[in-house]
Design a protein around this ligand. Sequence first.
Ligand SMILES: *Cc1c(COP(=O)(O)O)cnc(C)c1O
Length: 394
Amino acid sequence: MNKPQYHPNTLSVRAGSEMTEFGENSEALFLNSSFRFNSAAQAAARFGGTEPGNIYSRFTNPTVTMFQNKLAALEGAEQCVATSSGMSAILACVMGLCSAGDHIVASRSIFGTTVQLFGNILKRWGLEVTFVSLTNPDEWHAAVTSKTKLFFVETPSNPLTEVCDIKILADIAHQAGAHLVVDNCFCTPAIQRPLALGADIVIHSATKYIDGQGRCLGGAVLGSKALMEPVYGFLRTAGVTMSAFNAWVFLKGLETLYIRMEAHAKNALALATWLEAQPQVARVHYPGLKSHPQHALAMRQQSSGGGIVTFEVKPNLNQTSQQAAWALIDATQLISITANLGDAKSTITHPATTTHSRVTPEARATAGISDGLVRIAVGLEHIEDLKADLVFAI
Ligand SMILES: *Cc1c(COP(=O)(O)O)cnc(C)c1O
């Protein structure tokens, strides 16, 4: 009998689940570090790889395996490697697939800590990284060398929500014998599936929308079995493993991913549309708005604009841009002032002095991150309460 082809939101509820002999209807939390064998011979067979099964939770754990299988089903990936955080997912990906002397081409508009990892830490181990414009494929083409192994992007980008054409960058990467890595943290598979668009590897910070309620740190790397083998090899040796408890929280989070992402995006579009009409707002960046420079592309690649809205506050006569942005942020009573995103609670940040404060002022200017810029990760509160929180401030 053929297995039915379930819809994605059915997979988010059902895929990956395994029951123990007790028949629990909610996935069990295996909070144990090691696994017992029936005999010395079985231990030898497990270690030797001739018998499948768990050995030690740094290698595999049933709760983590269920999380990996569920997320792999949602991204349409052969394999998923769960990690202790989003940053360790990026580290494991690079350590698994690159060696000293290799070269990475990365978008300039990536998570600040990823810039630090590539530009400062991995550089000391002989990895070369060239940063280019997310939206200009010619720069990616020109940056390729004979040593290029990976292209690395986030789309939409943080904080300006710029969007790149995944298919075009994948083609350039493949011509160069390299792999395209997409950090899909902002969209999640509920909105965008990069592998189906031509990318080779997907990265997640599960800390964000996969958790969805701001509780746990975690990450994931997804792709073909062949690409994930060395990534998993690094993980089980270096120990950047996802904790079973966190995997259990993420499993629950994924069950509601599709309805949450729809609700986040609906609220975000309403807020972005409203912000665009406010005289105190100079510009709104949101892929779901017609005014977004890559709106048509975003609507081809994504099922919605997502949950992140960024906008520039206009200063009044006796204010600097930063003062205007800070005044708006400080006047909020409902929205949380925090840099995290993907939470049911709406959050507000000033990128120039928080997430991007370690970036030089020149690099910020090149990236278009002005002092008046404010980012809101739109949560699940009622839209009128969110608007009211900002009206009051402006
Ligand atoms: C938060 C974030 C990361 C890092 O994830 P952690 O779980 O905090 O390590 C990576 N990429 C993006 C786009 C993020 O927003």
